[in-house]
Design a protein around this ligand. Structure first.
Ligand code: ARG
Length: 456
């Protein structure tokens, strides 16, 4: 392709070392779409004769079909997907094919292809996230009254309803979707027309190409357009944050499923056994989902390090963006796809959950707030209740295990109505504030989610 300047053929080790077609072939549809838009524009601008544009389009569609059908033979000697397609086109239609690259460089071509690719993947990943959200919302609907222990520091804190906990993850995933949509705004900008780095002497119509490819704008600076990959870094950051949310969810579910906790059961079809211990039922899916976060964060860090220190403009280092990008996409899609049906197989062990949330110590805050309503300053109320908790702990009795007189001893303001505070059900319903865990409020959250398009 550049043999004009060279006297020796590329060494086979160079070919092997520098090729990218073994992974960037996945961009073929985007490459062809962008080439067709470019060719039409060249025709409109009178740079390529109209009949030849038609030949180019037909040739590219023929190549697309062959790649779709897996009958296209990729050659590492041609380095990347762009040269493979261009060579096949020229073999097919001759001179017209050789005109396609007018005013274009692989530098702006690849930047365009990846933007098209990520744009499409964002839409697909968003749909997969919604699949997970849908199952979480459906499971939540069954548990707006299911009393569940809320933790901080993995220590019992206050009772909540199980749905409240599940819907927290729906919120996180919603923000993950928002972040992707926001990222898409910066992805959806056309670099084509920047050529190698400085633009071109040919009278290209960049706006026309942008409109044909559904880009919302064109890049303003050709040097920036071919040399930065911040849009990939941003996308990989979004995926990493999402992976962390999924990893935390997985950790929660693994904990709930542990024998000591036993809050939930997971369907057999989503668990694995042991080759040695016949009794085992393991939540491997969740451990893999948690574990694959490592790859996803690694991919982000890997590209951050590739980009750091690159001088303007295009440098071949940038080719190293694709493996981490594609790997993160594949991993996150795989995780999201398996999580949705796994969640639908979860059943709750309500009595276990209730028992764990029924220790009156979880209602200590309720007592302190009861005192605040009796005009005791909160700090003092906290101290009194703390003393009472200490008193009970010393005697190894639960907070509802001592006499009313003993309660009065620590908390002089107490009266008989305090004794009703030990009920976890009452406790959750009294957290009746927007965003709180009262079943009434949690049902409001559910209504919010149920009204979303993705629940239909
Ligand atoms: N395959 C390259 C990449 O993925 C694009 C080609 C640009 N190569 C070049 N030597 N200017 O980044």
């Amino acid at each position: 392709m550049w043999c004009g300047r060279f006297t020796l053929e590329p060494h086979e080790m160079l070919t092997k070392f520098s090729e990218s077609v073994s992974f960037d072939w996945r961009l073929y549809r985007h490459d062809i779409d962008a080439s067709i838009a470019h060719a039409r524009m060249l025709g409109k601008q009178g740079i390529v004769p109209k009949e030849e544009v038609k030949q180019i389009e037909e040739g590219l569609e023929n190549i697309r079909k062959r790649i779709d059908e897996e009958s296209f033979e990729f050659s590492a000697k041609l380095e990347d997907i762009h040269m493979n397609i261009e060579k096949a086109l020229t073999d097919l239609i001759g001179e017209a094919g050789a005109r396609l690259h007018s005013g274009r460089s692989r530098n702006d071509q690849i930047a365009t292809d990846i933007r098209l690719f990520i744009r499409e993947e964002i839409d697909q990943i968003r749909l997969l996230i919604e699949g997970v959200q849908r199952e979480l919302v459906k499971l939540s609907a069954e548990h707006t009254e299911t009393i569940f222990p809320g933790y901080t520091h993995l220590q019992h804190a206050q009772p909540v309803v199980f749905a409240h906990h599940l819907l927290a993850y729906v919120e996180m995933l919603e923000r993950d979707k928002d972040r992707l949509s926001d990222c898409k705004k910066r992805v959806n900008i056309l670099p084509l027309g920047s050529a190698a780095l400085a633009g071109t002497t040919l009278p290209l119509d960049r706006e026309f190409v942008a409109t044909s490819l559904g880009f919302s704008d064109i890049t303003r600076n050709s040097m920036d357009a071919v040399s930065d990959r911040d849009f990939i870094l941003e996308f990989l950051s979004c995926i990493s944050i999402m992976a962390i949310h999924i990893s935390r969810f997985s950790e929660d579910v693994i904990f709930w499923f542990s024998q000591e906790v036993s809050f939930i059961e997971i369907g057999d079809q989503f668990c694995t056994g042991s080759s040695l211990m016949p009794q085992k039922k393991n939540p491997d899916i969740l451990e893999l989902a948690r574990g694959r976060t490592g790859q996803i964060i690694g991919n982000l860090v890997s590209l951050l390090v590739v980009m750091k220190g690159l001088p303007m403009c295009y440098n071949r280092d940038i080719q190293e963006d694709k493996i981490p990008l594609m790997n993160s996409i594949d991993v996150i899609k795989g995780v999201l796809a398996v999580l949705a049906p796994m969640i639908s197989s979860i059943t709750a062990n309500k009595s276990k959950m209730l028992a764990a949330a029924s220790d009156p110590a979880l209602m200590a805050t309720d007592l302190a707030e009861w005192l605040v309503r009796r005009n005791v300053p909160f700090r003092l109320a906290h101290h009194r209740v703390g003393r009472f908790v200490g008193y009970c702990r010393e005697r190894n009795i639960p907070l509802n295990g001592c006499s009313f007189e003993e309660l009065k001893l620590c908390i002089p303001e107490a009266d008989e109505t305090c004794l009703e505070l030990w009920d976890p059900k009452k406790s959750v319903s009294s957290r009746d504030i927007f965003g709180g865990t009262a079943p009434r409020r949690v049902r409001q959250q559910l209504e919010f989610w149920n009204s979303k398009e993705f629940m239909r």
